[in-house]
Structures are given as C-alpha cells and as structure tokens.
Design a protein around this ligand. Sequence first.
Ligand code: SAH
Ligand code: SF4
Length: 364
Amino acid sequence: MQSDKINLIGFNREELIEELVNKNIITEKEKYRVKQLWHWIYFQGISNFSEMTTFSSEFQNKLSKYYSIDRPLISNHQVSKDGTHKWLLKLSDNNLIEMVFIPEISRGTLCVSSQVGCTLNCKFCFTGTQRLVRNLTSEEVISQLLLARDQLGDWPTNKYRKISNIVFMGMGEPLYNYENAKTAVEIIGDKEGIQLSTKRITLSTSGIVPKILEWGKDVDTRLAISLHAPNDKIRDEIVPINKKYPLKELIQACQDYPRTRNSKRITFEYVMLKGVNDKISDARQLIKLIHGIPAKVNLIPFNPWPNSPYECSDRSQIKKFSDILNNAGYSSPIRKTRGQDIMAACGQLKSDSVKTKRSELKSR
Ligand code: SAH
Ligand code: SF4
C-alpha cells in the first residue's frame, strides 16, 4: 500500500539523521538509531517498521506514524520464455515506469529506469516516442532495486545474490537526472547497506557531454556510451542530441573520462540498423573514430517495436561488422537479445502511448 507518509528510501545518512532529529523522532544522542534503521532498510530489506526487532514497539510506532518504506506498486509482471522479467511499476502519482531483470549463468542484471519517458528522440528507441513526464526521485530509482530483490527473494538471508549488476538502461537519460542518479548510486554502493559495488553499476548515456566528465569525477561507475554511428551525418539523424553535442566533443569527453578502477574501458553501444549504420565502411570509420580509447563495442541487434521505422541488420552483416572490429583489437560481442517476446529488450520499453508534440513540450 502506498501512503501519504514520507518515504525514507532515498535519504542519505546525513539527511536521514536531519529528518528524524528535526521531527523529534530521535534526539542528537540517538543518532546511532539511524545506523540501525539503515541496516534494516538496506541490508535486511525490511519494508515494515514492525519487523525491526531491535527497536522498541514505541519507537516502531513513532516511525510508522510519519514514515513508510513502501516500494512502487506492481501494475504488471511478465516473465519471458528465456527467464527475463519485466515489471510495469506504478509510482505514487500514478505514472508508470518499466524495470527488467535479465538472469544469466554467471550474473543477473537489473535494468532500471531514470525518468518517466525521455526528452530525447532517438529514432530507433520506443521510449523516445513517449513524452518526458518527469525525472524519477532518488527514492524511485533505489526502490526499483529494493522491489526487485523482494520479488526475487534476493535479500542477504539468501546465499546467492540474483541481482549482481545494475544498468541504467531502462527508460530515460540518466545524465539529465544527474543528482538523483548520483544519490541512488551512492546509497546502492553503501558498505553497510545494499553493498553492490559501483564497479557492477553501469551508467548508459546518449552523450550529454558536459555531464559525462562531471559523472566521471563524482561517481565511479562503469560508463556506456550510446554511440550508434561512425560519423555526424548518421548520428545527427538517429541520435538527434548529436546536433547539440557532436562526435568530436563526445569522443573528447571519452578520452578525458577519468580512468579509474571501474572505468578502465568504456563500452560503446551500437545498434545494428539495416542499411543505415551497418556497412563495412561504417565499421572501418568507427575504428578510426574511437582510436586510442580503451573500449569495447557492444553490437545490439535492433529490437523492433510497433511501427518502428527500421529493420535489424542481417545476422551475417552483424557478424562481418563484429569481425572487422575484432581484427582491429576491439572486443565487439553481439548482444544476445533477451525478453523480446514480452517487449523487454533494449529500446522496447514504453509505459505510455502519447508523445507530446515538440510545440507542446516547448510551452512547458
Ligand atoms: N538513455 C540512455 C539509457 C537507456 S537506453 C541511453 O540512450 O544510453 C539503453 C540502450 O538501448 C541504449 O544504448 C539505446 O540506444 C539502446 N536502444 C534503444 N532502442 C533500441 C532498440 N529498439 N533496439 C536496440 N537497442 C536500442
Ligand atoms: Fe532516450 Fe536513450 Fe531512448 Fe535515446 S535511446 S530516446 S536517450 S532512452
């Protein structure tokens, strides 16, 4: 049940102390309670104050009078024949977002959303046909993970963690929701809470150049760049943000990105669109473009959606493209498409059916 109470998910430790002290729930001397509360919320995954057994019932009641630890409501849950899960989640203001879990033999990846919809209009992306409604709060970003763990029985009492990796590859452009994405990563990585190492978190961006460098300095996650084209002509067409931040600037940002423990190699994502960006000459131009950047290139077979304007490149062409990159020393795996039968694959996420016209967006 969602309520009008303040949700404690998404507060960092300092904010949590401030909130509880200001509301006279704890005194200055009782700050240690926040450490315990943190443990219950983020280590044990408890979503009900009455189960916090180290607290007196008086304190439990005080907390539940003002606060909740509610997760978003599940509006729909589908499981693909390949084991991929897709949840449609209803936020407290009734907006809808999607979240996907992809189990593999050696890891399990949770794909989270950062916005309701997206302001960018990448031509091949279903989310791009949906208008941006709003940024998610840090609470809403983190509670996707908490809910997924509830759903999969994945709290530490369980011996093996099902969710080992997180990717910001759901709906939205995370670097346009910078602060909330950053807070979420900090809380997810906290050593006394969820403890998911930031080296297992990947931020994917369509190329918001000034924010890429800021992120690299502020937050130590892996970085994926949705490149998709070897030159400005093609990129302007399929990733329109390229007109604002052209390839020269984007590649420079990748070159300048701090090479920390977690981001030694950048991942370039490249969606394979038949007759658009999949020529042999495109592969060669791509190699020149990313020359000198420690990187791998993920080739993503285009996932179609209703009335999408593109087709996926032929398998043999993708293979040739991959071989050329490999021969030039770039690892270039062809991404296995997962959850396509439930529209959970990359770029197939969409929770709403209307795209606001540009003119309407401008008047907001
Ligand atoms: N907005 C961010 C993160 C979400 S998209 C970004 O663009 O990076 C996650 C990845 O899926 C991106 O690389 C995106 O370009 C890709 N993608 C979008 N639509 C796709 C489609 N129909 N088929 C395959 N990949 C797609
Ligand atoms: Fe937005 Fe990413 Fe889709 Fe482009 S690919 S429209 S940036 S979600």
